[in-house]
Design a protein around this ligand. Structure first.
Ligand code: ZN
Length: 376
């Protein structure tokens, strides 16, 4: 079976030239180019994924990062969570505010444009894959989006969900790590009032037929398919029926992991079973990772992790889901930092302990075995 799949992959790659494998740099090894998909993994081939929710830069956040004039430094904001992000094999985030840079004018809610230095900070913190399909993707038009795409490419970050051209959109992003190749697709429920796109390739919308086609194609070139969804209802702490419906649809198509965001608050993860009996891990909403929203509920997020293991027969098994709750700390709209909630002091946030216990209970709603990561 695996040889058949490999042959199909080769045919697809050479005949259609629609798929390019983007390789992630192994943090401990030199980057290998043009590495073929590994068809004979060791029995222990496992990749550990970590994912966070929204990075949405209101003016209070980027002004806090402003050093002089038009120079920004976001690194200190992520210093406390960096060790957790970089220890994962592959780390994912949703860059919700577009990175068009100062040249076209920074802006905040309701139409965002952020400094490019946020991308530098995310890359330095250890993020590898950036989801760009979200309702703010076209806040500042195509120009801002294209500027953002070229900057992510310059940083060698695997980007998914927004594209420079139709050819770029047809290129399914994959990464190979520890003998496993994963494809990454990303879609948004909408674009804040833009109903029809003149250039549909710019941002992926959640259209079932298109998603099905993409997943089927992704399965031909990868061992596991990861789908990132920007969906749900803002500020709702449990997934709604349409979230449940689309995630089950993807589970039935054989998707292994679904990473969700948009509600700005945490929704509990669970395992779904697809119609082939396959497992799908779903994080419905990972809350905000870094944002300047005032509502206290939006100050919580977290790092969710799960391991993808490839058995000798090519079967994918998902193991050991875990969660580290995080808190966006700020004081009088300054000193923004993402901190593991367990490390937040009473002085920083008097309700820290109480909220920590509530969040753990909430995140275990559907998955009592979810392991909670405790900072040392
Ligand atoms: Zn959103």
């Amino acid at each position: 079976m695996k040889y058949v799949r490999s042959l199909i992959t080769l045919i697809l790659l050479s005949a259609a030239c629609t798929s390019i494998v983007f390789l992630l740099q192994n943090k401990n090894q030199p980057q290998a180019k043009d590495m073929p998909k590994q068809t004979n993994p060791s029995p222990e081939a496992t990749v550990r994924l970590a994912a966070v929710g929204d990075i949405l830069l209101h003016d209070v956040v980027y002004n806090d990062a402003r050093r002089s004039g038009n120079h920004f430094d976001f690194l200190p904001m992520f210093a406390a969570v960096k060790p957790y992000i970089e220890k994962a094999d592959v780390a994912f985030a949703n860059q919700e505010s577009i990175i068009g840079g100062v040249e076209i004018g920074l802006s905040t809610y309701p139409s965002f444009n952020s400094p490019i230095e946020i991308a530098d900070a995310l890359a330095f913190t250890g993020f590898d894959v950036m989801s760009l399909a979200n309702n703010h993707a076209l806040d500042r038009g195509e120009q801002a989006l294209q500027r953002s795409l070229s900057y992510w490419d310059k940083l060698n970050i695997v980007r998914t969900g927004a594209y420079t051209s139709q050819e770029d959109r047809n290129t399914i992003r994959t990464f190979s790590k520890n003998g496993i190749t994963c494809a990454v697709l990303s879609y948004t429920y909408g674009l804040n009032g833009i109903d029809t796109l003149q250039k549909p390739y710019l941002v992926n919308l959640m259209q079932p037929e298109q998603m099905k086609q993409d997943v089927e194609q992704a399965k031909q070139i990868a061992d596991a398919v990861i789908v990132i969804l920007h969906f749900g209802t803002e500020y709702e702490t449990l997934p709604n029926s349409s979230q449940k419906e689309v995630t089950q649809f993807l589970a039935d198509l054989g998707v292994s992991v679904i990473l969700g965001h948009h509600p700005h608050v945490l929704q509990p993860p669970e395992f779904l079973t697809g119609k082939q009996g396959n497992q799908t891990f779903v994080a419905y909403s990972l809350g905000n990772f870094l944002a300047g929203q005032e509502n206290e509920e939006t100050h919580f997020g977290g790092i969710i992790e799960v391991s993808i293991k490839k058995e000798k027969d090519g079967r994918i098994v998902l193991n050991n889901p875990s969660f580290l709750p995080t808190f966006t700390y700020s004081r009088n709209q300054t000193d923004y930092q993402v901190i593991p909630l367990a490390q937040v002091t009473e002085e920083q946030y008097p309700l820290a302990r109480e909220r920590y216990d509530k969040i753990i209970q909430h995140m275990k709603t559907y998955l009592p075995t979810l392991r909670i990561v405790t900072p040392k």
